[in-house]
Design a protein around this ligand. Structure first.
Ligand SMILES: Cc1cc2nc3c(=O)[nH]c(=O)nc-3n(C[C@H](O)[C@H](O)[C@H](O)COP(=O)(O)O)c2cc1C
Length: 200
């Protein structure tokens, strides 16, 4: 069965060699991210996913924060040089999407539906994962590469302060994106019979 959708999903890869040579305007990418998150599902339609799309100096700021924060933790100068090179590759992109969960929504649901209380936090994680994959694929459709990074919670405080984010928004991931300067490498897959079952 032909599936354009799966062709697009296969096009979505972790792209680390990024540049800012993207023709699309920030507003166009912002609208794409906005529509994609809005079209993604969430438990009870709770809409707990928050996305902040950063460009230019604001995007650079995220990676400056990561570098400064890791500089205090990574003590070995050689290891830190490698870390700095990796961070520079994220800074070299066109922008960064921050993904956050509005914990106020999650806590309100926990109170409202006590018998499901234990589910709302994992459901919020599932919702944000779905939104991330969808945005990642939507960017890929436009020929824009991205990867998914997790410097939270180390950078949470500095990021909240830098962008004046609501206290209830919990940072869950950072997605640097930009023009694809080198393709993703080969990808290994587990044997299908270890992963899938067809039961008729
Ligand atoms: C929940 C989740 C967390 C991930 N965290 C990171 C990360 O912190 N840094 C990173 O470079 N890639 C991260 N990745 C990307 C995976 O390493 C990558 O998707 C996987 O190796 C498959 O490669 P592909 O994205 O090219 O298909 C993450 C992916 C997922 C789904």
């Amino acid at each position: 069965m032909e599936s354009k959708f799966n062709e697009l999903l296969a096009k979505r890869r972790s792209i680390y060699a990024l540049s800012d040579r993207v023709d699309a305007q920030p507003e166009e990418i912002f609208n794409l991210v906005k529509e994609t998150v809005r079209n993604s599902p969430s438990a009870f339609n709770s809409q707990s996913v928050r996305a902040v799309v950063l460009f230019g100096a604001s995007s650079d700021k995220v990676w400056d924060i990561v570098e400064e924060t890791l500089g205090k933790i990574v003590k070995d100068p050689e290891a830190f040089k490698k870390t700095q090179a990796k961070i520079a590759s994220f800074r070299a992109g066109y922008g960064t999407v921050l993904y956050l969960t509005d914990t106020e929504i999650v806590h309100n649901l926990e109170k409202q539906f006590p018998s499901y209380a234990a589910n709302f936090a994992p459901w919020a994680e599932q919702a944000i994962g779905g939104a991330q994959q969808a945005v990642w694929a939507a960017l890929a459709e436009q020929g824009i590469g991205a990867s998914l990074q997790h410097y939270n919670p180390l950078i949470d405080e500095a990021v909240h302060e830098a962008f004046n984010l609501p206290a209830s928004w919990q940072l869950r991931a950072e997605m640097p994106f930009g023009a694809i300067e080198a393709p993703a490498g080969d990808k290994d897959y587990l044997p299908e019979n270890e992963v899938f079952k067809l039961i008729k």
